[in-house]
Every structure is written in structure tokens, then in C-alpha cells.
Design a protein around this ligand. Structure first.
Ligand code: SF4
Length: 722
């Protein structure tokens, strides 16, 4: 028996795990008591990793050999790795030569390790010369990235998990962390036990498990968060709760924002958000932290937020408006205070660090900045990197559907289930000349469209690093060999890059001569030198001996930094944070007479994304055994249906059939459908009659104009009894 320390592959909490294995198979998993994210705890998903990894059905569903489809619609046939990668190289080279560099696109995943991401990003931007490299992190975190950059000057969450123990008020917005980040929620409960005076404000249209624990639940109308945050600032100004000394010393742009929030009186805020004026007043006082004894210091407030803010056509404004509140009250850079964006996926942070999105460059460099582009080109050993932002997730598939992108490489993600407006995504996959799917599982919805299927190693079978929500870098380690001929994502990306560079820059020094993932990580480390996320003081040896570390950790540092901006200096040209003066915009598709319900989507406690891993284990269905559309009991009465009756749920893009379930936590005129269920569970049709599956048959491709993150949290739908 062997023990291997690694990291859970599910959510962005980034819990440490110890994997037991017998050399051939993973036999057990435990929480790592030494890992600072979880101190030994695991949730229902993490604690069953060994069962999902070794389940017979998992082994049957693994992709074990490269497969090639000679004709669309035919069953794919087994081929060798050499033949598979030769074909991929030929086809990508051919498309690039015939149609140009921007005719190819790479769609990646927040599940990939930092080293995998690094190679793919360099392959697209450095070797091919296209910025068409984006990931499912676009669906997850890009509004948080844009919100941080617009206000604090860099994509860097300033707080840490330990701040939960120091806060007096937790302001949880757009996050059901009790289900989506369960181990972090255990730390909230610990903090509440240790400090009964700790207050929870939860901002969420639904009464979730998290909202049920709140001292104040602000059940606002969908998409009205910016109006609420502007209204809170209006009240803070009116009641003298802002920290004027902090504003004067460390920020700029407050005057314009003060004008902006003038119209958000308590009455107007209540009208837009549907909240009670008194609740908005209470929230403003608690957030500001000056409601204690006269003369007492300001009590710290920590905000925790996730997809409810991010997955919105107003996502950047929502994030920035919340950060504004922290800057206006000086609630940042001190223990227990700060705007803390929670990461949905295990390595969305690592992907951002290497610049693995269509509008980012390595180590938080700016694509529009010629000096930054020159620095990256120098680091990579190429002449230049393109300046024009590439296609983001929704745009990439729309471009493929329009015939603009001809070749797609999809790694470790399932866009034929997870992207909004599935009808367009499926047209894109059919329209593209050549589709490569690099996957651990054989039967995903996207695999059905692949011309070439490349078998990838999965959790417990590969080496590298990930970064969790609190900027903490942890090692991911292999406990067993990958089954069949599956290879690590890093090895697949690197070999393809090596073959393609032989065609596109023959005779030049190699760009991808990596003997191991660690070699790529060392190159990434060097790219961070002098940047806000500098990790030149970190090594894999340090991770081995001292354990996971938070960035930055520059050369000479003996440990990573827990909290940012404690000195009040921000990574902007003048060292000051910016107040973002952004407008409130309602949802892109308001409900109306034809589509009278607001559809919300989200996670279940025991399932993960498209269920390719969690969906194999019976016990993980004990919590929620089948899909349903959840409605308030009064809506069931109004529709004259009983629990379990089937409803057609229809948006302007498609329709699905689901049983109905009563849930008093879902407000009137709203509906909730979990995001996980795919074609095995939920069937439907597009508005043109094409077969579709899952809730994303309904969701809208509308996205935030700044972050390009789609509004997965809101679509107008109608409900009809089947
Ligand atoms: Fe894994 Fe997240 Fe659960 Fe931790 S909280 S065990 S990282 S799913």
C-alpha cells in the first residue's frame, strides 16, 4: 500500500487529500490533516473520490485508446498515438495555411493543471499566433477577474480563508457555499461557534441552505445586485459610514461614483431589488461595521461571492460595485476584511496566472500593452504574440457555427452540455472541419462530435500544480498509472506542440523541450518575476517540505503572503485603487407575458459539473435522486400540477421536459434547475426541433460586455403541463 498527497479535483476550495493505492488501483482517500485549506476535512464529493475513480462503470466509461472517426456519424475506430497526433498536426497545419491562424481555436478547462494550461497557452499564442484560447473558466470567473482589475488593479483575491475567523460580518453574495464550497462553509460554522457575534448577510434570490443560516437574507430580484450595492453605498454616504481618510489616502474616482449612487435612495433600491427598505438599511450598517459601541473600532467585513455575481450580463459591474463598498469603508487589507471571490473550479486561478484566457497574457500581463507582449515574446523565444483579443467561450462557438473557426481542440471539458444556447454549440461542432476532443471519458456529449478522441489521464494519474481560491498553490500527484494508453494532458499538449512547431517554424530553437511538467512550471515561475503574483521564491521542493503556499512568494521569501494590500498600496500606476463607476443593467431577457418565469441554474451538493465522475456513484444520488424544475408551492397550485408531474420548460431557444418539485425557497415567478443533468436524464428540443439535453438547452448566450461571461443565471421561460 502507498500513500500519495494530492489535491481534490472538484471545487476551488482546493482541499488536500491523501490517496491510498495498491500500486495498480486507488483504494482509499482521506482528507490531508496538514493541508491548510481543509485540515483533514472532505465533503461528500471529495471523500468518495476513490469510489468514483475505481467504480467498474467508471472504468468502462474511460477512454483508453486514441479513436478516429473516418466520417461524421460513423463509429470511431482505434488508432495509435502516432497516427492520431500526425492527423491532428496535419489538419491544424492545413487549416492554418488555408484560412489563417485565427481559424483555429482551443477550448480548455479550469480542471486542467497549471502546467497543462501553460503549454496550451504558449502553443496558441506563441507558436500558432492566435489568441483563440479560452476555457470554461470564462463561464465561472471572468467577471471576478474583470471586477478586480477595474478596481484593485490586478486579478488577485486579497483575502484568505483564515479571515473567516476574524470577520464580524460575512457578506455572502450570489453563492450557495453550503453546497458549492462545503468545506469552506464548515469554516464559517466554526467561526460562528467561536464567535457567536459573527453576523451573516446572504444575498440570493433563493432561500438556499446558505441563506437558511443567515442573520439577514436579502432575497433580491434576479440580476439586481448592482442596484443593491449602489443603494448600500448611498446609505453609507447618507449616514456617514464611509471611511473618508481611507478613500482620500488610497483610492481615486470616488466623486463620479458618489454621483452615480445618488439616485439609489433606499426607496428606489427597494423598488428595483424587491427588498424591504429596512433590510437594506440594516445591511449597510452591518457592512460598514460602525454599529458597535460608540468609539469602538470599525468591525471587519468579509465578502464571499461567486456565480450569482459572475454569471451575468452585468457581471463585471456586480463584482466592481461590491469591491467599491470595501474601498469606501476601508474594509480591505486587514484581518477579517476584504472582497473575496470564490473560485468555482479547482484551477481556474492557475489558468488565470498563466494567462490562459483569450484576453490575458502570462503572469497577469495585459494583452493591449506592447511592453507586456514583448516581455512574453522574449520569455517564450518567439518574435511576437498577437495583440487582438481572441474569441471567448461563447464567441468561439458562435464563430465556429458561422464557419469562421474551422478547427477546434477541446480539452477536459464538455461544451456540448455546459455552454449556454446548446443549439448554437451543436451547430458549431457540426460545422467545424475538424474537432479534437481530449478527454478521460468516452461518452460525453461533446465526444459524439469529435473527429479525433485523445484519451487523457484523470485525477490520481497526473502530476502538476493547482491554485485554489485563496491563491494557494498545491501539488497534484499521480498515485497510479493512467489506464490503457491514456496520457496526461500535459504530455498530449506538449507532443502536439512539438510536432506542430516542426511544421510552423522548422529549424528554429524548440519552444516545448519540457522533460516534465515541473520544467514547464519553472518557465511559468520565471514569467512571474517582478509581477504581482511573483513566485520566484517557490519551488516544488518547497511545496514538498513546507506544503502549499499562497502567492506572491518572491525570491528570498520564506513563505507565501496570506493577505494583500495591507499597506494600502495597489498594483496600479499611482498605487491607488479605483472606484469603478459602472451602471446597473437589468437582466438581458426580462420575463414577460409569453415567458413569465425567471429561470435560475446552479449546483447540487453532491454532484459535479456534467456528472462524468460523480454520476457513477449511487450514494451521491441519495441527496437529490433525479432532476426536477423547482417551483414555489403556490406556483404548483397556480399551474394546477402536483409534485412529480411533468412540465415542458421552454425558453426562446429550446424546451426540456422535467418533473416538477415544490421548494418554498424558490420565490414566486422564479424557477430553479440544477446544472448537472445531461442527456441521460433531461431531453428536449431546440426551437428549430433539433434534439438537445440539459438545462443549457434553455439558457441565454447574452454576456457581460467587459468580461464576456454569459448570463447562465437568468433566462425567461414558460412552463406548460405535459
Ligand atoms: Fe473537494 Fe471542494 Fe469538497 Fe473540498 S470542498 S473536498 S475541494 S469538492
Amino acid at each position: 500500500m502507498a500513500e500519495t498527497r494530492s489535491t481534490c479535483p472538484y471545487c476551488g476550495v482546493g482541499c488536500g487529500v491523501i490517496i491510498d493505492s495498491d500500486g495498480a488501483q486507488i483504494t482509499g482517500v482521506r482528507g490531508d490533516p496538514q493541508h491548510p485549506a481543509n485540515f483533514g476535512r472532505l465533503c461528500s464529493k471529495g471523500s468518495t473520490l476513490h469510489l468514483t475513480a475505481a467504480a467498474p462503470v467508471t472504468l468502462r466509461q474511460r477512454l483508453l485508446h486514441p479513436l478516429r472517426r473516418a466520417e461524421r456519424g460513423q463509429a470511431p475506430q482505434r488508432v495509435g498515438w502516432n497516427e492520431a497526433l500526425s492527423e491532428a498536426t496535419d489538419r491544424f497545419e492545413d487549416v492554418i495555411r488555408r484560412h489563417g491562424r485565427d481559424a483555429v481555436g482551443f477550448y480548455l478547462s479550469g480542471q486542467l493543471l497549471t502546467e497543462d494550461y501553460y503549454v496550451f497557452n504558449k502553443l496558441a499564442k506563441g507558436l500558432i499566433g492566435t489568441n483563440n484560447v479560452d476555457t470554461n473558466s470564462r463561464l465561472c470567473m471572468s467577471s471576478a477577474v474583470a471586477g478586480y482589475k477595474a478596481t484593485l488593479g490586478a486579478d488577485a483575491p486579497p483575502a484568505c480563508y483564515e479571515d473567516l475567523a476574524h470577520a464580524r460580518t460575512l457578506f455572502i453574495a450570489g453563492s450557495n457555499m453550503a453546497w458549492a464550497h462545503p468545506i469552506l462553509m464548515r469554516r464559517v460554522e466554526d467561526a460562528k461557534r467561536a464567535n457567536p457575534a459573527l453576523r451573516l448577510i446572504v444575498v440570493d434570490p433563493r432561500r438556499t441552505e446558505t441563506a437558511a443560516l443567515a442573520d439577514l437574507h436579502l432575497a433580491l430580484l434576479p440580476g439586481t445586485d448592482v442596484a443593491l450595492f449602489h443603494g448600500l453605498l448611498h446609505l453609507m454616504l447618507w449616514e456617514g459610514l464611509t471611511d473618508n481618510a481611507y478613500i482620500a489616502a488610497h483610492t481615486q474616482g470616488f466623486d463620479a461614483l458618489r454621483e452615480r449612487v445618488r439616485e439609489f435612495t433606499p426607496r428606489e433600491t427597494a423598488r428595483i431589488t424587491g427588498l424591504r427598505e429596512q433590510d437594506v438599511v440594516t445591511a449597510a450598517r452591518w457592512f460598514a461595521g460602525l454599529d458597535g459601541a460608540p468609539g469602538a473600532p470599525r468591525a471587519p467585513t468579509l465578502s464571499l461571492y461567486c456565480q450569482g455575481l459572475n454569471q451575468s450580463r452585468n457581471g463585471t459591474a456586480k463584482n466592481a460595485a461590491l469591491v467599491n463598498l470595501h474601498l469606501a469603508t476601508g474594509q480591505i487589507g486587514q484581518a477579517g476584511a476584504g472582497p473575496f471571490s470564490l473560485t468555482g473550479q479547482p484551477n481556474a486561478m492557475g489558468g488565470r496566472e498563466v494567462g490562459g484566457l483569450a484576453n490575458l497574457l502570462s503572469a497577469h500581463r495585459d494583452m493591449a500593452n506592447p511592453e507586456h507582449r514583448a516581455e512574453v515574446a522574449r520569455l517564450w523565444g518567439v518574435d511576437d504574440v498577437p495583440s487582438r483579443a481572441g474569441k471567448t467561450a461563447v464567441e468561439m462557438f458562435e464563430a465556429a457555427a458561422d464557419g469562421e473557426i474551422k478547427a477546434l481542440w477541446i480539452a477536459c471539458t464538455n461544451p456540448a452540455q455546459s455552454l449556454p444556447d446548446q443549439a448554437t454549440v451543436r451547430r458549431a461542432l457540426q460545422q467545424a472541419e475538424f474537432v479534437v476532443v481530449q478527454e478521460a471519458f468516452r461518452d460525453t456529449a461533446t465526444a459524439a462530435f469529435a473527429d479525433l478522441l485523445l484519451p487523457a489521464a484523470s485525477w490520481g494519474e497526473k502530476e502538476g500544480t493547482v491554485t485554489n481560491s485563496e491563491r494557494r498553490i498545491s501539488r497534484v500527484r499521480a498515485a497510479v498509472a493512467a489506464p490503457g494508453e491514456a496520457r496526461s494532458d500535459f504530455a498530449i499538449a506538449t507532443e502536439f506542440a512539438q510536432r506542430l512547431e516542426g511544421r510552423l517554424r522548422p529549424g528554429k530553437p524548440p519552444l516545448f523541450a519540457y522533460a516534465s511538467p515541473q520544467a514547464a512550471w519553472l518557465e511559468h515561475r520565471e514569467s512571474t518575476r517582478g509581477r504581482d503574483l511573483d513566485i520566484t521564491g517557490l519551488s516544488w521542493d518547497v511545496l514538498e517540505t513546507a506544503g502549499p503556499q499562497q502567492w506572491p512568494m518572491p525570491q528570498g521569501a520564506t513563505q507565501g503572503r496570506a493577505r494583500l494590500y495591507e499597506d494600502g498600496v495597489f498594483p496600479t500606476a499611482d498605487g491607488r485603487a479605483r472606484f469603478a463607476d459602472l451602471a446597473y443593467e437589468p437582466v438581458a431577457e426580462p420575463r414577460d407575458g409569453r415567458f413569465p418565469f425567471s429561470l435560475n441554474t446552479g449546483r447540487l451538493r453532491d454532484q459535479w459539473h456534467g456528472m462524468s465522475r460523480t454520476g457513477v456513484l449511487g450514494r451521491l444520488f441519495g441527496h437529490v435522486p433525479e432532476p426536477a424544475v423547482e417551483l414555489h408551492p403556490q406556483e404548483l397550485a397556480r399551474l394546477n400540477v402536483a409534485e412529480g408531474d411533468l412540465l415542458h420548460v421552454t425558453s426562446r431557444r429550446g424546451s426540456i421536459l422535467l418533473p416538477v418539485a415544490a421548494n418554498e425557497g424558490v420565490p414566486l415567478t422564479q424557477a430553479f434547475i440544477p446544472m448537472h443533468w445531461g442527456s441521460e436524464f433531461v431531453c428536449g428540443r431546440s426551437s428549430r426541433g433539433e434534439p438537445l439535453a440539459g438545462v443549457n438547452a434553455l439558457t441565454s448566450p447574452a454576456f457581460c460586455p467587459i468580461s464576456k461571461q454569459p448570463e447562465l443565471k437568468h433566462a425567461a421561460v414558460k412552463l406548460l403541463k405535459a
